[in-house]
Design a binder for this molecule. Structure first.
Ligand SMILES: [Zn+2]
Ligand SMILES: [Zn+2]
Length: 127
């Protein structure tokens, strides 16, 4: 039984064949060849953000065109409209999450922006 391709929530029309599987260390995420956005199933994003930069290099980079950032798409899994939320790590980054399956969509470049916002400095560094 063939599974339906997961379609990009941001590109219209979405690239044929849907999102492309992308192996990152031991996790498989899905990336859109059109816009560079990445889909994380529930629970996949958190652990990846804590990985060494070397292992997740493939997720870094990319750009986040304003027009796509403003757009709210449908979940690639269940087609429910996703909701926009502000990243807890970087309040300048708006991410999308599905209220049904709780997967997360990051536009191109957003993973890096959230990753870099990790508070890894000590308070003493500020003074
Ligand atoms: Zn796309
Ligand atoms: Zn969903």
């Amino acid at each position: 039984m063939a599974t339906d391709p997961k379609l990009c929530p941001k590109c219209s029309p979405a690239p044929e064949g849907g999102l492309e599987p992308l192996q990152v260390d031991e996790t498989e995420v899905d990336r859109c060849a059109g816009c560079g956005g990445i889909w994380f199933d529930k629970g996949e994003l958190g652990p990846l953000l804590n990985h060494d930069t070397g292992k997740i290099r493939v997720l870094l980079g990319g750009s986040d065109p304003e027009a796509l950032d403003q757009k709210t798409g449908a979940c690639p899994i269940d087609q429910k409209r996703m909701i926009r939320v502000t990243s807890a790590r970087n309040r300048h980054v708006v991410i999308e999450t599905c209220p049904t399956c709780q997967g997360i969509w990051l536009d191109g470049g957003e993973f890096e922006r959230i990753k870099r916002a990790q508070p890894n400095w000590r308070l003493g560094d500020l003074v």
